[in-house]
Design a protein around this ligand. Structure first.
Ligand SMILES: *Cc1c(COP(=O)(O)O)cnc(C)c1O
Length: 941
């Protein structure tokens, strides 16, 4: 017996399965299949230079050793990252529960009611704390939320001025992200000290921080009025915990609130992931970027949740898009929302009060000693101390006592309290400042006229789940509503819903990874930096690029980072006029949106009848824009799931015209070990670690979208947003290493798979897609194929002819799959009226067959509709999905038996997945927009 290999656990089909699949596809071996499928011009024949695979035990031991090189200090740095106690019931039953973390974005709402309700709680929480009527279902972090607020203000405001005013007391990393986003859009950011400086005569927007980065709590009402007087919109980046005690921004007419929900139970994770938030006043809801959960109704008229206003999402709007956000931070938003559910309004107020009391006591102690001045009288959790010439010494002394403080400048130290602060921590801080024994009281540093008087979190959901028993059952109830990878396969094309192995997940909750502040001193983060360095090196090896940055928090952000690198490169060479980005018509919506955000003009290139980039049209577009050509952005294998043979030619044509080649690496699962974008002609790619490299999708985030470049673009990769390493590089996320807290996941995957395992995974992923295509081809036409009729790692099933003949839509098939116990494949992307299936290497043959059998059975059902045996409007497809309530109802008037509705095909009667609602009417909810928790009466039948 050979030693146990993780790859054998990760890859679903065993050698027997593989043989049977190869037989069906018509090849003798996976190698032979791959030789036939992948064009030789891009094929790479080496062996990946990666360490020999570690076993699960060995990988955990290595991660333990890396973790041991991090130091968990008491963090009082603040700046938007705070210590927090994750309630254990939430940690174990959300963050560590595959029912939550392996779910997909809730595009199929009937199987996603649990996470949709959790997100609605999150939206209600943000909306009520900020006192603004509509909040979205999360942003990537506070910095990017603030940047999105800026562009929203520009679209929505009356002012034509290009000036955006940012108060100097804003988090430095937020200023960095805002500035980076503003530059390509021609927005003129002015950072002003609004305590001293006058507002300019004209500006389109104003950004304020509340409380300020220095801790100061200021009354912003006058500034809001002044901004509105010149037609500008105002964004307040507000601390949600502070808002339990302080007057919320919505009560002084603020237009937009943005920020983070990190301190609501989400560990700092050395920078992320956390859920950012964005809330707007009435009238701006239809311009809000990101996803919005709303209430609608199902076929029986019962309330049901679904994503609202889908048509304004980036994947539809393409080059007219105003934001590129796609993957957000759903899992973390669920955690933060549940933190509010568990503590309730009184609990949150008590946490805020205790935090404030600690800060007030801290300040009183500091005031008691000569040579220390407390700068602000009004503060919530952060005290700014003035110690002329001594700041560095004080910070060093505190570090020696195991407490990290914020070094503001040579004379000032910032100290932030949070819910984890204890009396012992205060004592250490006082010792660092030379405060003798102090046991005085603190008093209250909240200004009287800025106290919150309004109630919040009034909905029963925030008042009913405060015992652990109630909370546990609420979490279980919601997750039971949902279909995630822990129930069965999720064959979503372009999403790569593969195994998220438990061993990969294990390290993320260890304190040495979870509890580090992103601005902690380097001496405390050696383990993290080594892990990140190794991961970046391995990703560079896998992709053939020279340098990698893990800073982008999603694929969309990697795209922006990559395009900004291209832009900076052209400018650096005196070719700043190059601003045209060619994008094939089949591209993912984020591509065009990112190009617009990078200040580029999008020119669409047609696809030919085979779905490939039309090289004739490409020539024409290159000719037309030769002097202005900045880049082409293509997905490889194509979004159609095909290894296009023209790729090398395409790269050469664009390079000859002086352009750069961006390969969207979302489909890297079809290339790893067989081809390297950095070697077949591309200059830059982003990868989706939440696809190919096993970060779970979390119901719509977190994600990590590293950007990988060849050497000539390396100087233009993202920089350090904290300003600790000043240079001209852009800030793509608020933290230098983005969502560092989840990087142990791809690290563990790469470490345990090794070169051979990764290569085998790619081969099996391609085999599985071709197996599905082969089995289904006679029932549904497979739309596109490449060499020898083979697809890559996914295949598109064309339903349009059937829809035309029978009226059965792609939606009907997707909903009917729920009755058969499946999550639908990707619907109508990249081609309307089709289903795109990506099985991944992790599903075994039994599961692949269960899916193919279901699809074949559905095809037979469609035929019964076509032949008239079942009427067009009343058949198992049109009525899908069937709920338990429906099929057990006292009335049954449909022309097929209840059992056909409930247990079609070979559905396991003991393990049946029951959707909680019937088909949801999305349009109804868009006409009657409700985006916070509905009253319980709405659910009375
Ligand atoms: C998933 C995907 C993206 C976007 O990635 P996010 O992480 O959701 O921002 C971009 N391009 C393609 C082809 C994708 O499949």
């Amino acid at each position: 017996m050979t030693a146990e290999q993780f790859a054998d656990r990760h890859i679903g089909p065993d050698p027997d399965d593989e043989r049977r699949m190869l037989e069906t596809v018509g090849y003798d071996s996976v190698d032979e299949l791959m030789d036939a499928a992948i064009p030789e011009v891009i094929r790479w024949h080496g062996t990946l230079d990666l360490p020999a695979p570690a076993s699960e035990r060995e990988a955990i031991a290595e991660l333990r050793a890396l973790a041991a090189r991090n130091t968990v200090a008491v963090s009082m740095i603040g700046l938007g990252y705070h210590g927090t106690h994750t309630p254990a019931v939430i940690r174990r039953n959300v963050l560590e529960s595959p029912a939550w973390y392996t779910a997909y974005t809730p595009y199929q709402p009937e199987i996603s009611q649990g996470r949709l309700e959790a997100l609605l709680n999150f939206q209600s929480m943000v909306s009520e704390l900020t006192a603004l009527p509509v909040a979205n279902a999360s942003m990537l972090d506070e910095g990017t939320a603030a940047a999105e607020a800026m562009t929203l203000a520009r679209r929505a405001g009356r002012s034509k001025s290009p000036v955006y005013v940012v108060d100097a007391d804003t988090l430095p990393q937020t200023i960095a992200v805002i500035t980076s986003r503003a530059e390509p859009l021609g927005i003129d950011v002015r950072v002003l000290d609004l305590g001293v400086d006058e507002l300019p005569a004209e500006f389109f927007g104003l950004h304020l921080q509340y409380p300020g980065a220095s801790g100061a709590v200021r009354d912003h009402a006058g500034l809001v009025e002044a901004a509105h007087a010149v037609g500008a919109l105002v964004t307040v980046a507000a601390d949600l915990l502070a808002l339990t005690l302080l007057r919320p921004p919505g009560e002084i007419g603020v237009d937009i609130a943005a920020g983070t929900t990190q301190r609501f139970g989400v560990p700092m994770g050395f920078g992320g992931p956390h859920a950012g938030y964005l809330a707007v006043r009435a009238g701006l809801e239809r311009m809000l970027p990101g996803r919005l959960v709303g209430v609608s109704r199902d076929a029986d008229g019962n309330p049901a949740y679904r994503l609202a206003l889908q048509t304004r999402e980036q994947h539809i709007r393409r080059e007219k898009a105003t934001s590129n956000i796609c993957t957000a931070q759903v899992l973390l938003a669920v955690m933060a929302g549940m933190y509010a559910v568990y503590h309730g309004p009184d609990g949150l107020r008590a946490i805020a009060r205790r935090t404030h009391d600690m800060a007030a006591r801290l300040a009183a102690g500091l005031r008691a000693v000569d040579g220390v001045e407390v700068v602000h009288d009004a503060f919530f959790d952060t005290v700014l101390a003035r110690v002329p010439g001594r700041a560095e010494a004080v910070v060093a002394d505190a570090a020696g006592r195991g407490v990290n403080l914020r070094l503001v400048d040579g004379d000032h130290v910032g100290i932030s309290c949070d819910e984890t602060t204890t009396a012992a921590h205060l004592r250490k801080v006082w010792d660092a400042f030379g405060v003798p024994a102090f046991d005085g009281a603190g008093g209250d540093a909240l200004p009287d006229d800025l106290r919150r008087s309004s109630d919040f979190l009034t909905h029963p959901v925030f008042r009913s789940h405060h015992s652990e028993t109630a909370m546990l059952r609420y979490l279980r109830r919601l997750s039971d509503f949902d279909y995630a990878l822990d129930r069965g396969m999720i064959p979503l094309g372009s999403c790569t819903m593969k195994l998220n192995a438990t061993t990969e997940m294990e390290a993320i909750t260890w304190p040495e990874f979870a509890h580090l502040h992103p601005f902690a001193p380097e001496s405390q983060t050696a383990g993290y930096r080594e892990l990140i360095g190794q991961l970046e090196a391995w990703l560079a090896e896998v992709t053939g690029y020279d340098a990698v940055s893990v800073q982008p928090n999603a694929g969309s952000q990697g795209e922006l980072a990559g395009l900004l690198a291209i832009r900076a490169y052209h400018r650096d060479r005196g070719e700043g006029h190059r601003d045209v980005c060619l994008i094939p018509s089949s591209a993912h919506g984020t591509n065009a949106a990112s190009a617009v955000m990078a200040g580029m003009r999008v020119v669409v290139v047609a696809c030919d009848a085979d779905g490939n980039v039309d090289l004739v049209d490409l020539d024409a577009k290159i000719d037309k824009h030769r002097n202005a050509l900045a880049a082409i952005m293509v997905t490889y294998p194509s979004t159609h799931g095909v290894y296009e043979t023209g790729i090398a030619q395409l790269c050469a044509k664009v390079h000859d015209a002086g352009g750069q080649v961006y390969v969207d690496g979302a489909n890297l699962n079809a290339l790893v070990g067989f081809a390297k974008p950095g070697k077949f002609g591309a200059d830059v790619s982003h990868l989706n670690l939440h696809k190919t490299f096993c970060i779970p999708h979390g119901g719509g985030g977190p994600g990590v979208g590293p950007v990988a470049v060849r050497a000539h673009l390396a100087p233009f990769l993202p920089g350090d947003p904290s300003g600790a390493h000043v240079d001209s590089r852009p800030a793509i996320s608020a933290a230098r290493y983005g969502s560092a807290g989840i990087l142990p996941i791809p690290w563990a995957y790469l470490r345990m798979m090794g070169a051979e395992g990764l290569t085998r995974a790619t081969g099996v992923a391609v085999l599985a897609a071709n197996y599905v295509a082969a089995r289904l081809r006679n029932h549904f036409p497979v739309l596109y194929a490449g060499n020898k009729g083979l697809v890559a790692h996914e295949c598109i099933l064309d339903l349009r002819p059937l829809t035309k003949a029978t009226g059965v839509s792609v939606d009907d098939v997707a909903k009917r799959l729920i009755d058969y116990g499946f999550h639908a494949p990707t619907m109508s992307f990249p081609v309307a009226g089709t289903l795109m299936v990506e099985p991944t290497e992790s599903e075994d043959l039994a599961e692949l067959d269960r899916f193919c059998d279901a699809m074949i059975a559905i095809r037979a059902e469609i035929d019964k509709v076509g032949s008239g045996e079942w009427p067009a409007g009343d058949n198992p497809l049109a009525n899908a999905p069937h709920t338990a309530a429906m099929v057990s109802g006292d009335e049954w008037s449909h022309p097929y038996p209840r059992s056909v509705g409930a247990y079609p095909g070979t559905v396991d009667r003991m393990a049946k997945y029951w959707p909680p609602v019937r088909r949801i009417d999305g349009a109804y909810g868009d006409r009657n927009l409700v985006c916070s928790c509905p009253s319980p009466e709405a659910f009375e039948s």
